[in-house]
Design a protein. Structure first.
Length: 259
């Protein structure tokens, strides 16, 4: 697939996806969602993925240009969500490798959901997270109504969605919405260092972990225990698990290959 709205680069087992509509603050039309989904569905040689935005924004939300006179919800929004945005969010959950987001500037609407859908969100000091739907008479989408209460609790999720106010990076860290807030200057170095650390880990086991975490949110305790046992069976047969055991016995640092 040839990408027109994102750039994709793989270096040292880390694939970097850059949302590339800086003139529109990386507003995300359905076509961009489909391009990101294509990369997540087949990470190829990547053992970790880093997502960021070009220019001064991470993603300002869905690209709604040309729709104001027709209303920005309705059947058109339903179709875009069903066919493009929702499949992207599901692909985040299915992706077999860890995902880090480097949030530079605004992350609004669907951009907020994309920023928070990875395993680790690192945000620059100028970043903020915004559920702006109430300001235009719409409702949160992109999985926000599922993610936010689980991440920060009902009260804070309600604040974000019903009041539609910006949550700055430092406040987002205090709330537990993101992994870390850093200076804008340090953002990409911090995010890439984290992505490389994950890429150097036991890839298969990390993939099972992220699946177990996601599934456990909707499981009872017994089912989660069973799911862990199945995951341990799968991970235990990997070459990385053998390397981990040998490195422990030999008192040395493990060298994982993602196999």
């Amino acid at each position: 697939m040839a990408y027109e709205l994102i750039t994709v680069e793989t270096v040292d087992d880390v694939t970097t996806i850059t949302l590339n509509q800086p003139e529109r603050l990386n507003a995300c039309p359905p076509a961009m969602a489909e391009e990101i989904r294509d990369v997540l569905a087949d990470p190829k040689e990547a053992r970790a993925i880093l997502i960021t935005g070009e220019g001064r924004a991470f993603c300002s939300g869905a690209d709604l240009s040309g729709r104001a006179d027709k209303g920005m919800g309705g059947r058109g929004a339903y179709d875009s969500l069903s066919l493009s945005y929702n499949p992207l969010m599901k692909e985040f959950a299915r992706c077999p490798v860890p995902i880090v987001t480097a949030v530079n500037g605004p992350a609004a609407g669907i951009g907020c959901s994309i920023a928070l859908a990875g395993d680790f969100a690192v945000a620059g000091s100028s970043a903020y997270f915004l559920q702006a739907f109430v300001n235009i008479g719409l409702v949160p989408d992109g999985g926000a109504s599922w993610m936010l209460p689980r991440m920060i609790g009902k009260a804070r999720a309600t604040e974000m969605m019903l009041l539609g106010e910006k949550i700055p990076a430092e406040k987002a860290q205090e709330w537990g919405l993101i992994y870390k807030a850093v200076s804008d200057e340090a953002l990409m170095d911090e995010a890439m260092a984290l992505a490389k650390r994950l890429a150097g880990g036991p890839t298969l086991a990390l993939g099972v972990m992220r699946q177990n975490i996601s599934k456990a949110l909707d499981m009872d305790y017994s089912s989660a225990l069973h799911n862990e046992a199945e995951g341990q069976w799968k991970a235990g047969g990997s070459q990385d698990a053998i390397e981990g055991a040998m490195s422990f016995l030999q008192k040395r640092k493990a060298v994982f290959k993602g196999e």
